[in-house]
Design a protein around this ligand. Structure first.
Ligand code: IPD
Ligand code: CA
Ligand code: CA
Ligand code: CA
Length: 269
């Protein structure tokens, strides 16, 4: 994708994200049809579906040769990331959307031949838009975000993670995870992967550790975090495959080795 194409697609994508967000805000107090998917806590609403439909209809009309990878089934079934792929989560943080009417985001990452070109994360109710274009830095509401500070100590770090890490799980020994949370300064759980990536890019947390996320949860975040010098991998430090679910570690680069070697590998089941 050349710079001119990237610029044109970015402008269009940003317009759609803001428009979709405005619609969600307008309808935030309207009655919702809420259904469950894989389990009683895995929620989906008509707003998730309508928002995804809004994007997919427009992408397919304006860019018929592009592909869409998205959560609610309106996109394509992809076996490769060849060509231009819009990776979309129409509402990331549906549980927050339903219970809190806030703390959710629209997440859109645009990839060309597997390379992250454009990332947009819209914190809808706060009207905060995080954006990045490959090689051109990351922004919050058009203000450039600073590069993540050089040497960060684990003892002075805030890491986002959820309670599942401390329950019996299939990935990492619970004792090792307890050592980890005792070592770091604090934990946070925001309930939207896209927002946790945005907060890392903003420098208000230092890492985010999660057992299983889908491509649409992280596609935009990876690009935004990358533009401020952050790193993203599986919890074992391996490269992510954006066609599959995976564990995810995104953090200040100076923390990665320690988190991976001293905790994730040490406690690996
Ligand atoms: C979820 C959120 C949540 C994460 C879940 C995701 P959804 O996305 O990002 O923070 O812990 O694993 O599935 O379903 O609300 O789009
Ligand atoms: Ca979901
Ligand atoms: Ca999601
Ligand atoms: Ca979602």
């Amino acid at each position: 994708m050349n710079q001119e194409q990237r610029e044109t697609i970015y402008k269009q994508a940003k317009e759609w994200v803001l428009e979709a967000g405005a619609t969600i805000r307008e309808k935030i107090n309207e009655p919702l049809e809420i259904n469950t998917k894989s389990n009683p806590n895995d929620l989906v609403t008509t707003m998730d579906k309508n928002t995804e439909d809004f994007f997919v209809t427009r992408i397919k009309k304006n860019y018929p040769e592009h592909y869409v990878l998205s959560e609610e089934g309106y996109g394509d079934e992809l076996e490769s990331l060849g060509g231009t792929v819009w990776i979309l989560d129409p509402i990331d943080g549906t549980m927050n959307f339903v219970h809190q009417k806030r703390n959710f985001a629209i997440s859109l990452g645009i990839y060309y031949d597997g390379i992250g070109e454009i990332g947009l994360i819209y914190d809808v109710m706060n009207d905060n838009l995080y954006t990045a274009k490959r090689g051109a830095g990351a922004y919050k509401n058009n203000v450039k975000l600073e590069n993540l500070q050089g040497e960060k100590k684990l003892e002075e770090s805030i890491v986002s993670l959820n309670h599942f890490w401390l329950c019996e799980n299939r990935l990492v020994d619970e004792q090792v995870m307890q050592d980890f949370v005792r070592t770091i300064r604090g934990t946070r759980t925001y309930g939207s992967a896209a927002l946790e990536f945005s907060f890392l890019a903003e420098g208000i947390i230092d890492g985010y550790l999660t057992m299983s996320l889908s491509p649409w949860d992280i596609a935009a975040g990876i690009i935004i975090v990358n533009e401020v010098g952050g790193v993203t991998s599986t919890i074992h430090g391996d490269e992510l495959n954006l066609l599959e679910k995976s564990s995810v570690l995104t953090c200040n680069p100076s923390l990665k080795e320690q988190i991976v070697n001293d905790y994730m590998e040490k406690g690996k089941k």
